[in-house]
Design a protein around this ligand. Structure first.
Ligand SMILES: C[C@H](O)[C@H](O)[C@H]1CNC2=NC(N)=NC(=O)C2=N1
Length: 99
C-alpha cells in the first residue's frame, strides 16, 4: 500500500489544486473548458490513463465544467498515486485548453 503524504506539503507543487474539506483527506480541482466537447475530451484522456494505472478520479461534469477529487482509498488519504494523477490531469487540461 502506498504511504499517505501531507496534503499541505503536496499542494505546494500543485497550485491549481486545493484541499478537500470533507470526511477524508483528498485534493480537488475545478476545471472549465470551452464547451462540453472539450470537457469530455479531457475526461476521455484522463479515463484512459486512470484505467491503465488503476487509479480513478472521483469527478462530475456539467456541460463545460469538471470537478475532480483524488484520494487513495486503501491508504485513507492522499498518496503519490494522487499526485501523479493530478500532474497528468494538469497536462491534459492544458492540452484541452482549460480556462
Ligand atoms: C480494487 C481497485 O484496485 C481499487 O479500488 C483501486 C481502483 N481505483 C482507485 N482510484 C482511486 N482514486 N483511489 C483508489 O484507491 C483506487 N483503488
Amino acid at each position: 500500500m502506498a504511504d499517505r503524504i501531507d496534503v499541505t506539503e503536496a499542494l505546494k507543487d500543485l497550485p491549481l489544486w486545493g484541499a478537500h474539506g470533507g470526511d477524508r483527506p483528498a485534493i480537488v480541482r475545478n476545471l472549465a473548458f470551452a464547451d462540453f466537447n472539450a470537457a469530455f475530451g479531457f475526461m476521455t484522456r484522463v479515463a484512459l490513463l486512470a484505467d491503465k494505472v488503476d487509479h480513478h478520479p472521483e469527478w462530475s461534469n456539467v456541460y463545460n465544467r469538471v470537478e475532480v477529487l483524488l484520494t487513495t482509498h486503501d491508504a485513507g488519504g492522499v498518496t503519490d498515486r494522487d499526485i501523479r494523477m493530478a500532474r497528468f490531469i494538469d497536462e491534459a487540461a492544458g492540452a484541452m485548453g482549460a480556462k
